[in-house]
Design a protein around this ligand. Structure first.
Ligand code: ADP
Ligand code: MG
Length: 265
């Protein structure tokens, strides 16, 4: 395989059901190294389930996820049959796909620096002093180095989300998955978080971003995927999918979110 052109992440025919309800109906897409992919779609279309299946926070019903040539969550046993990995086996793979959620989930009893350093320390990947230095560097990256000793409750929601992004970066992931990272924020705090995400995109991080910030997706994403009812309806460059979508479902969604008409500008 020529790894120079192989996608970093390959998602093939991913399915997932909860009880009788099929929520993902065969999702396939690639993420190339350095690419930012925006995942759009109305509420309930399966975006969060898709992200959670990528790193096996949810076990997919079928299909495969391959990161850097390595099958996620499943491996061949000695007789060559595929079997599910244990959580212990999964942990290092999960760390390669860091998640940033809508809620920041910082530990209230830990300083900002300790929140960011915790992952690498717990993973046994580095001594405490080294993890603290890494945490400080990642906090500088999200412009919060001066808050390293503060506790989360003293920070605004936008600052807390930036700490959560620093925590994700400290895992040194190959891919960062964002699930509506600004949806829980007051409007005036959205910009500072989007600003950090944009900087990460510009420095060539590989990212998948679920968002309702359509104009941001259009500006920052290399490619856009539009999901509806557990299917991918469209994927392509933002100017095509957001700017002049041919699909009725996409156009209806863009109208609802105020993203329609941007293509005419
Ligand atoms: P989105 O993120 O696009 O809003 P989700 O992936 O959260 O969509 O949900 C897709 C569908 O799957 C919804 O109908 C939701 O109710 C259902 N669903 C999600 N998680 C679960 C779960 N743990 N158990 C049962 N149904 C779920
Ligand atoms: Mg969701």
């Amino acid at each position: 395989m020529n790894t120079a052109v192989a996608p970093l992440l390959r998602v093939d025919a991913l399915t997932k059901s909860f009880a009788e309800v099929q929520v993902l109906k065969g999702i396939s897409f690639d993420l190339r190294k350095g690419e930012t992919l925006a995942l759009l779609g109305s509420s309930g279309s399966g975006k969060s389930t898709c992200l959670r299946c990528l790193n096996f926070l949810e076990k997919p019903g079928g299909g495969s996820v391959t990161l850097d040539g390595e099958r996620i969550g499943q491996k061949h046993d000695r007789r060559g049959a595929l079997r599910w990995m244990s959580d212990t086996e999964l942990a290092p793979q999960r760390a390669e796909m860091a998640m940033v959620f809508q809620g920041f989930n910082l530990w209230p009893h830990l300083s900002v620096r300790d929140n960011v350093a915790l992952g690498p320390i717990q993973a046994g990947r580095m001594p405490r002093a080294e993890a603290h230095a890494l945490a400080k560097a990642m906090l500088d990256k999200v412009h919060l180095g001066h808050k390293a000793d503060a506790y989360p409750e003293r920070l605004s929601g936008g600052q807390q989300q930036r700490v959560a992004i620093a925590r994700a970066l400290a895992q040194r992931p190959k891919v960062i998955l964002f699930d509506e990272p600004t949806s829980a924020l007051d409007p005036e705090l959205v910009g500072e978080v989007l600003g950090v995400i944009k900087e990460l995109a510009e420095e060539g991080r590989s990212m998948i971003l679920v968002t309702h910030e359509i104009s941001f997706a259009r500006e920052v994403a290399d490619r856009v995927i539009f999901m509806d009812g557990g299917h991918i309806i469209e994927q392509g460059p933002p100017a095509e999918v957001i700017g002049r979508s041919q699909a009725a479902r996409t156009r209806a969604f863009l109208r609802q979110t105020g993203g329609a008409g941007e293509g005419q500008a």
